[in-house]
Structure formats: structure tokens, C-alpha cells
Write a protein that binds this ligand. Sequence first.
Ligand code: ADP
Length: 244
Amino acid sequence: MGGRESDLVLLNSDGIRCDGRKIDEPRRISIKAGVLNNANGSAYIEFGDNKILAGVFGPRDVHPKHQSDSNTGILRVRYHMQPYSVPERKRPAPSRREIEISKVIKEALLPAVILESFPRTAVDVYIEILQADGGSRCAALDVAAVALADAGIPMRDMVSACAAGKVADTIVLDINNEEDQAGQADMPIAVMPNSGQITLLQLDGILSTSEYKKCIETGLVGCKLVYELQKKALKERYFGGQGS
Ligand code: ADP
């Protein structure tokens, strides 16, 4: 988020964004559940040009043992970018950014996952960013939540995420990479769609109070759209698309 000078037209006079979308239009999203044979649960998402895989193991024994909790299971999340996921080779070792994103994704998933029934165990979520295009933490959360459900981990609710932001003084849904780099604000949001509880809210940039409210409302509309696609992916996996 720099608001840096650029020849890129982020929003033209017809209200069309740099990738041809309207201000309230999300990128193309597709989700598939159950894509890996050797994980207990898995899913794949394409969210615009983001391509992300998630694999889940557990509940299983905790190693190292001292991390275990005799009262509840624990959730561990790793968000990892492949070296080829961004234009300049990313070093494979975890960066500060990846460690931070792993933490916020874990905290956004925790309220939805019922771990109390599995004391002394861990549920591990491995997220691989194959290709990044802005908004990868939201897309990663979306695919991780589907992979958790696919693994049969009991959940109180789904977790659905989407970003909104400010571009050319306008609040828009689902910020892409160019908008993230050259726009004015980026607000990733995650919600448990049935309870309405927000489990992730970050803001990079500056917004007025009214823009802040509009941004949350806009992001929540995106979360709702994502929720429908998450349900569809799970129905397709378990009922072959029936009942969708
Ligand atoms: P998010 O992907 O959730 O929007 P950031 O705002 O931190 O997270 O990053 C925005 C985008 O910047 C990423 O989606 C990715 O496209 C790009 N990006 C992140 N890390 C790197 C990197 N090491 N090299 C090049 N681009 C990167």
C-alpha cells in the first residue's frame, strides 16, 4: 500500500477497474475440495490469479509433546509461498510476513474449530501459495476452512474471507495485486457466516470513519459470495454436486 505514482489507471471514468471489474465485482473464484490423496482433508482455490492448495492432518499426536494441551486440541497453521509464486524468486525459508499471516489465519480459524473434544492432539493446516496475486491471506483462509471441513474436523461454522479496499478514492470489493500496490487502503476481512462473528480484520492504509464502515460492509458482501462457493465445493465433493 503505497499510493505511489503510476501510469496505471486504477478506476476509469466509467467506474471500471484496472482488470475490467466493476467496483463491487469480485474476481473469478473457484474452489475444489478433496484434491490430495495423502492428507486427511484438502482443497484448492483459484481466487483471481491466486492459486492456493491446503492440506490438513489431524487430530493427531503432538510433536513436540510439550506443545500439547491436556484440556483441548491445538491448531497449527503454516502459510507458505512457493519460490515461484511471485515474479522475483521468493526465498523458501519462512519470512516475517509468512509467519505473521500464518498467525492471523490460525486466529481467524480458531473460533470455528471445535478442538475441545480432542485433548492432547493437534490439527495441522499446511497452506501452499503456488501463485500470488494480492489478497492471498483471504484466499488462503477460504481454502483452509474448506480443507478443515473436508478432513471432518468438527466446526461451529465456516470461515469466509474477502478483502475490500480504497482505490482512486472509491471503496471497492476484492483488491487485486496492482490495487494493493498502488491503491489507498486494503482491508482483509473474515467472518463466520452463520453467526456473523468477524474473526479477521486488518487494515493497511488510512480510511475515514464512513469509509471504514463502507469497507467492512463491502468486504462482508464478498465473504457471503465466498461462503456459497465453499458450500458448493463441499457439496460437490460429498454429494457429487447434488443439492447445491
Ligand atoms: P495479501 O496477499 O494477503 O494481500 P500482502 O498485502 O502482504 O498479502 O501482499 C500482497 C501481494 O504482494 C501478495 O499477494 C503478492 O502478490 C505480493 N507479494 C507478497 N510477497 C511478495 C514477495 N516476496 N515478492 C513479490 N511479491 C510479493
